[in-house]
Design a protein around this ligand. Structure first.
Ligand code: SAH
Length: 249
């Protein structure tokens, strides 16, 4: 069943009006006709099985057949502080983070970041990542698309985590390993808790950055003895977190 995202919460119990890009996609790309059925989600956790009732010049009117609240969002809130990376690698990271159930991505620039973009290009990139997050959410069945914050500096990204119950900075020289992290938490695990973790750029974090992070209660965690690429480090950590404390089981 084709899925579509409507960014404004659906208030009507009967009809949904679809316009803009989603309407164009329904008509021109998928060539949907009157009576065809689609699933609509609006970011509130609900899904609306609907059928196409009317076609206007630029809009489509759908009739809601059934409203459900499927259980596809992770009970564990994972926030990924992701340093900017070269080329289009971030596109891949955003897509996979969406599939794996990350709640939010905070992109940031740190002292060894190679990518330095001007304000306009940053805005352009963030919009592009947000579109990728919505497209990926449609494909993988998510009900609440992954959110993406604007790009921050390292110190700001440290502060953004103040509400998370567990704060981790992935560091190849970290003294804490995964078994010790999970041993400590599994004793008191409550799935409603949230994990905020940071992944460094290709050049890694500086020792000074690690110290500043530790000063704001981030725990440096190592993912073993090999150096992983940025995308491998973040996405494998998310998979492990989802297995231990989330819904990948
Ligand atoms: N500058 C380093 C590696 C950077 S790898 C070097 O070349 O030696 C990019 C990022 O991935 C790191 O900043 C870290 O956040 C994460 N990472 C890579 N390998 C890791 C490991 N074994 N343990 C923890 N984090 C790792």
């Amino acid at each position: 069943m084709a899925r579509f995202f409507i960014s404004n919460p659906i208030v009507s119990k009967q009809e949904i009006i679809v316009s803009g890009q989603e309407a164009r996609h329904m008509r021109r790309v998928l060539r949907l006709k009157l009576g065809d059925k689609v699933d609509i989600f609006d970011g509130t956790g609900k899904e609306y099985r609907s059928e196409i009732l009317r076609q206007g010049h630029q809009t489509l009117t759908l009739r809601i057949l059934e409203t459900t609240v499927p259980n596809r969002e992770s009970p564990l809130t994972i926030i990924m502080g992701q340093s900017l990376v070269k080329g289009n690698k971030m596109d891949f990271i955003i897509q996979k983070a969406t599939e794996l159930g990350v709640s939010e991505v905070f992109p940031f620039v740190s002292s060894r970041s190679i990518t330095c973009l001007d304000k306009e290009r940053i805005e352009h990139r963030v919009n592009r990542w947000r579109r990728i997050a919505v497209e990926s959410s449609k494909q993988c069945g998510r009900l609440i698309p992954l959110r993406i914050e604007t790009v921050a500096k390292f110190d700001e990204v440290l502060e953004r985590g103040s509400l998370a119950t567990k704060k981790i900075i992935l560091w190849e020289k970290g003294t804490r390993n995964l078994p010790s992290l999970f041993r400590e938490r599994n004793a008191t695990a409550r799935l409603s808790e949230s994990v905020y973790f940071l992944v460094g750029p290709e050049g890694g974090f500086s020792e000074e950055e690690i110290k500043r992070a530790e000063g704001t209660h981030f725990v440096p965690v190592s993912l073993g003895s090999r150096i992983l690429r940025v995308e491998t480090a973040g996405l494998s950590f998310v998979s492990i977190l989802q297995y231990e404390w989330g819904d990948l089981r």
